[in-house]
Design a binder for this molecule. Structure first.
Ligand code: ATP
Length: 355
């Protein structure tokens, strides 16, 4: 078990600042995910923790010990890569044994530990195969076994599932989570896939522009996005211009019944697509926006309906019923936005959560 503490970490590539003052406190045994779009600095941060990159300034500690100046091979971290990075000329067994041989573990212990971990990742029957005789999912299990067999204090994973097909991705992410919990190993995981991050993590750090935008549980990230970037990146929230006047929220000509304990002024209101309803419920405190269908897409379990209203585009994710599935572009429609489901943000670039 190991607590990882990162303080004021900065990293530039010539004059481009990739990490701007990152501070994180990762609990021992936590599954911690760095989530963000391409180029936000996730891999740079992971590689700095692994020791493949030297930070410009700031510190990295594992259980109180500063490791920021140690070479990678002395850092007691295991790493799993996106492209598996298994040695093509070594069998499954020898790939997994590699780190133990480097550490001069006795051959009896090596056999036992490799055997054990191959059982756990369900590769024992394939121990003698060469990597080219394995599927992508099996190769990634080799990568995982190779990282775990050395019993590192910290496990680092850089988009380990992104080369696999959708079904395998979901299967392997369950296995990774189960293994992580069984081993209790502090894990730092990089992904740009919000669903994966929400599904697998104890805590998520949403990154953008080299900055940690929010660190919180998956539920809090999803339901209480701390700023407008997080709100749009996670949960694809709709965004509408509004204003608070005498404590009521106004959008267009309508005002909320519910009072808000916030100062008057312009705000941005957001709402998740699955909270938007088609049609109006009498008596509910909701904004009702008239518009027309831009497109309606039936995607199996849900129906996506994009609606052009006077106050902007509103996307809805609703249960697919025959009448809704038949919607066509140009059809008139009303979108209801329950006030209780709205989140309010500062009307500023990447405004902060107000309520
Ligand atoms: P992705 O999901 O695409 O891998 P990421 O969030 O992991 O993205 P990083 O690889 O950490 O992003 O890169 C952060 C930024 O630093 C990017 O804008 C990238 O172009 C830049 N960058 C990364 N490596 C270098 C390098 N060796 N030299 C110059 N710039 C780099």
């Amino acid at each position: 078990m190991a607590r990882v503490k990162i303080e004021n970490l900065k990293k530039s590539y010539s004059d481009f600042v990739a990490l701007k003052n990152i501070s994180l406190d990762i609990a021992s045994g936590a599954f911690f995910t760095l989530l963000g779009p391409s180029g936000c600095g996730k891999t740079t941060l992971l590689r700095a923790i692994a020791g493949f990159h030297r930070q410009d300034s700031g510190s990295i500690q594992v259980d109180g010990e500063s490791i920021g100046d140690k070479p990678a091979h002395l850092r007691d971290v295991g790493m799993v890569f996106q492209d598996y990075a298994v040695f093509p000329h070594l069998s499954v067994f020898d790939n997994v044994a590699f780190g133990l041989r480097q550490r001069k573990v006795s051959s009896a212990e090596l056999k036992q530990r490799v055997g054990e971990i191959l059982e756990i990742v369900q590769l024992a029957p394939l121990a003698d195969r060469m990597p080219h005789q394995l599927s992508g999912g099996q190769q990634q299990r080799v990568g995982l076994a190779r990282a775990l067999v050395i019993r590192p204090k910290v496990l680092l994973m850089d988009e380990p599932l992104s080369n696999l097909d959708a079904k395998l991705r979901v299967e392997l992410r369950r296995d990774i989570r189960a293994l992580q919990q069984e081993f209790g190993i502090t894990t730092i995981y990089v992904t740009h896939d919000q669903e994966e991050a929400l599904a697998i993590s104890d805590e998520v750090c949403v990154m953008y522009g080299g900055v940690a935008q929010q660190v919180a549980s998956p539920w809090d990230i999803y339901s209480r996005a701390g700023n407008l970037f997080v709100a749009s990146f996670v949960g694809s929230n709709n965004r509408l211009k509004g204003a608070l006047a005498n404590g009521r929220l106004a959008i267009g000509e309508q005002a909320s019944e519910r009072p808000f304990n916030l100062p008057d002024g312009p705000v941005i209101a957001t709402i998740r697509p699955e909270k938007v309803r088609l049609g109006r419920d009498a008596g509910e405190d909701a904004f009702s926006l008239k518009g027309t269908v831009r497109h309606a897409m039936f995607i199996g379990r849900e129906l996506e309906v994009s609606i052009a209203t006077q106050d902007g585009v509103v996307d809805a994710l609703v249960k697919p019923e025959a009448r809704a599935v038949a919607l066509k572009p140009g059809d008139p429609i009303e979108a209801s936005l329950p006030v209780a489901d709205l989140m309010l943000y500062d009307d500023a670039e990447n405004g902060r959560l107000l309520a």
